[in-house]
Design a protein around this ligand. Structure first.
Ligand code: PLP
Length: 389
């Protein structure tokens, strides 16, 4: 038999999936801190709109860019919530989740042999997409508190660099860019004639009064930035698979072509739910959710510090990425494997997020207080059994 695609063959199975496989085998009292989704589900006011669309038989192909009413709301959202005053419906496109939005960015921006730059650790799809599109992903290790190393990013730019990819607040670290860091990234993009892909799926989840900054709101960035977002995290709707993009019209026209010949559009009835969701985002009561996540974040930091992990307070999203104490002599893969086998607690090893983070674990704390408490008690037991505490 002839060989299958090298790019796909060489792409490793996600460590998160592997972890879930192990956890499923370990029985019903297993606790997962591995899951990258909120602990709430899509609101009924959104679900009802999808059901209504179904009842009205909106089950034929939708336009490849998405239905016009939704694209109007998306443009309004970017203008009003993200200070992107230039966005018109022509600058938007609807996608199959944030994941397809990312894929479209790679597909439209790059040629094989191009380079992209990101601050590592980062969301794992960024690496795999680079392989699939034949481009080199240049990882610049983040600083100790997971802030981006701006000087390192600057030094990584070559004539082949096509874009920088940012994700603030970040999965997996929970770090969020300061205004100064965003200014610096934007300046690099402008100075070196690059594109910027800004993954803003966690834009609603900031702590300590920090607010979201969209780089496409900066002067000179409108034609250089692909801003992507999704219903997934804001609305607890990871299974609805609905994302969206703002970019220059030229980029959108080319994304539309790609959609036409690959997925032929996005689930039609769900787009009606998206209209209601985005129109009435205030009904999600985000401040209350943030208060809840803030409490869980504080709990995680306190317990992790007591257990001698090395950890900084996350600034956003619902992840924390503690570093293992070097005195324990274990890396993230060993720790995560042993923890799931001995204590049935799943934390994703840092190696799942890049080449420089196998000294850490990613914990998603979007789970119940009881599970957090029990999971951390088991981690403590795991450490005590080894005389690490
Ligand atoms: C940073 C980041 N970007 C994009 C996505 C993909 O989002 P979606 O589930 O909408 O495809 C995720 C999902 O976990 C994510 O964490």
């Amino acid at each position: 038999m002839k060989e299958l695609s090298q790019a796909i063959l060489n792409s490793k199975k996600s460590k998160i999936r592997k972890l879930f496989d192990m956890l499923l085998k370990s029985g019903s009292d297993a606790i997962s801190f591995g899951i990258g989704q909120p602990d709430f589900t899509s609101p009924d006011y959104m679900n009802d709109a999808i059901i209504k669309a179904l009842r009205e038989h909106k089950t034929q192909y939708a336009p490849a860019r998405g239905i016009p009413q939704l694209r109007e709301i998306i443009a309004y959202k970017f203008k009003n919530e993200n200070n992107m005053s230039w966005v018109k419906p022509e600058n938007t496109i609807v996608t199959n989740g944030g994941s397809q939005a990312l894929q479209l960015a790679y597909a439209v921006l790059t040629n094989p042999g191009d380079e992209m730059i990101l601050s590592s650790p980062a969301f794992l799809s960024y690496y795999h997409l680079a392989d699939y599109y034949g481009i080199k992903c240049v990882e610049v290790p983040a600083k100790n508190n997971y802030s981006p190393d701006i000087e390192g990013i600057k030094n990584a730019i070559t004539p082949k660099t096509k874009f920088i990819l940012i994700n603030s607040p970040s999965n997996p670290t929970g770090y969020a860019f300061s205004k100064e860091e965003m200014d610096a990234i934007v300046a690099l993009v402008l100075e070196h004639d690059l594109y910027l892909v800004s993954d803003e799926v966690y834009e609603k989840f900031y702590f300590d009064g920090m607010t979201h900054i969209s780089p496409a709101s900066y002067e000179g960035m409108k034609d250089r930035t692909i801003t992507l977002n999704a219903l997934s995290k804001t609305f607890g709707a990871t299974g609805l698979r609905l994302g969206y993009i703002a970019a220059s019209e030229e980029i959108i026209i080319n994304m539309e072509k790609y959609i036409q010949y690959t997925t032929a559009g996005v689930n039609h009835p769900v787009q009606y739910g998206a209209i209601e969701g985005l129109k009435h985002v205030d009904r999600m009561n985000i401040p209350e959710i943030i208060e809840e996540y803030d409490r869980k974040r504080q709990f995680c930091v306190r317990r992790l510090k007591e257990m001698k992990f090395i950890v900084d307070m996350p600034k956003g999203a619902f992840y924390i990425m503690p570093k293992l104490n070097p005195e324990w002599g274990m890396d993230g893969d060993e720790f995560s494997n042993a923890l799931v086998q001995e204590q049935k607690v799943a934390c994703v090893p840092g190696s799942g997020f890049g080449s420089y983070s196998n000294d850490s674990l990613r914990i998603s704390y979007a789970t119940s207080d009881e599970k957090l408490e029990e999971g951390f008690n088991r981690i403590e037991k795991f450490l005590r059994n080894r005389n690490f505490l």
